[in-house]
Design a protein around this ligand. Structure first.
Ligand code: FES
Length: 310
């Protein structure tokens, strides 16, 4: 959104904002919503053109999706090499003001004279002192329980003796906990069919690994779940090959039969339904998997017979 008014100010936060242009004239302010690669380039072009730019992003940092990529298609260029100069330019440009961890809450006005209400989420840090070390992320007491002092080691209130024995046995089997964290999590996930918080807290307490680190590994892999699942997980493939072979009809039929939607579990904890992007057997499309068993070229009429096996 652009405005030709001098000092047009979308946030109300900077009534004294002084737009600047190469010609020395005030030409107004612009709000660019989304600070991915396109938003950053747009902000830089506008700022170079003389507009005062508010570059807004809902994430705590600018960069968007591209900052998570390794290479870019089709040239195979290093993503960070492409975007790093733009990150720096956006941070330093005198005509760009970054508004991160915020969202547009409302817009009013007309072309050339907009007022935008911005909802800023609490960062709970003093931005003038922040060095970007991320220590506050790993130690956030509201997101991750504050680690106890050694003398008051926490044993999850729901950790039954047999659960504790199970985890202790794993820890006796594997002394290099950090190097084999994935294996430990797989075993615990297999035991519970998900990763309950109290088991992760116990693991953190016993091994000294930060709970935040364990959770970051858990949330990185889609094979792990922090929510309890049913005895059998039904995975309906919605990848391209299965999609063209009408896997949507399979999903709809299973939803009707079990009375649950994608990501839900039946009341008796028997089945959890989920959709996946590819089961790795596209030649058998449409495919579904229940537990460890994969079924290919499934027709809607086959479904009740397949479910009956479980
Ligand atoms: S797209 Fe369904 S198995 Fe690959």
């Amino acid at each position: 959104m652009t405005s030709n008014r001098p000092n047009a100010n979308p946030t109300d936060a900077r009534e004294d904002a002084t737009p600047w242009s190469e010609t020395g004239k005030h030409v107004g302010a612009v709000l660019v919503a989304g600070a991915g690669i396109s938003g950053m380039q747009a902000a830089l072009d506008l700022a170079d053109g003389g507009y005062y730019v508010y570059l807004l992003d809902r994430e705590p940092a600018i960069g968007g999706l591209m900052s998570k990529l390794d290479k870019t298609f089709p040239t195979n260029d290093c993503a960070m090499c492409v975007m790093s100069p733009k990150l720096v330019d956006c941070g330093r440009h005198l005509n760009i003001e970054l508004i991160t961890y915020a969202d547009v809450a409302g817009i009013e006005g007309e072309p050339g004279n907009y007022r935008v209400k911005i909802l800023r989420k609490a960062k709970s840090v003093d931005e003038t002192k922040c060095t970007g070390c991320e220590d506050c992320v790993t130690q956030c007491p509201s997101r991750y329980r504050v680690r106890p002092q050694p003398e008051e080691v926490f044993y999850g209130p729901e950790l039954a003796p047999e659960e504790r024995d199970f985890i202790e046995r794993l820890l006796r089997e594997e002394t290099d906990v950090e190097g084999n964290l994935l294996w430990l999590l797989q075993e615990i996930s297999h035991y519970y069919r998900y990763l309950p918080q109290h088991a992760l807290e116990y693991l953190a307490d016993r091994t000294g690994l930060p709970l935040a680190k364990i959770i970051s590994v858990v949330t990185f892999y889609s094979a792990f779940s922090l929510e309890r699942k049913g005895e059998h997980t039904i995975s309906i493939c919605r990848g391209t090959a299965c999609h063209v072979k009408r896997s949507r009809a399979l999903l709809k039929r299973i939803e009707e039969v079990l009375g649950i939607g994608d990501g839900q579990t039946t009341a008796d904890w028997k089945f959890t339904l989920e959709t996946v992007r590819c089961l790795g057997c596209c030649a058998l499309a449409p495919a579904i998997r229940i537990g460890e068993e994969t079924f290919g070229r499934v027709r809607v009429g086959d479904l009740e017979g397949i479910l009956g096996k479980f």
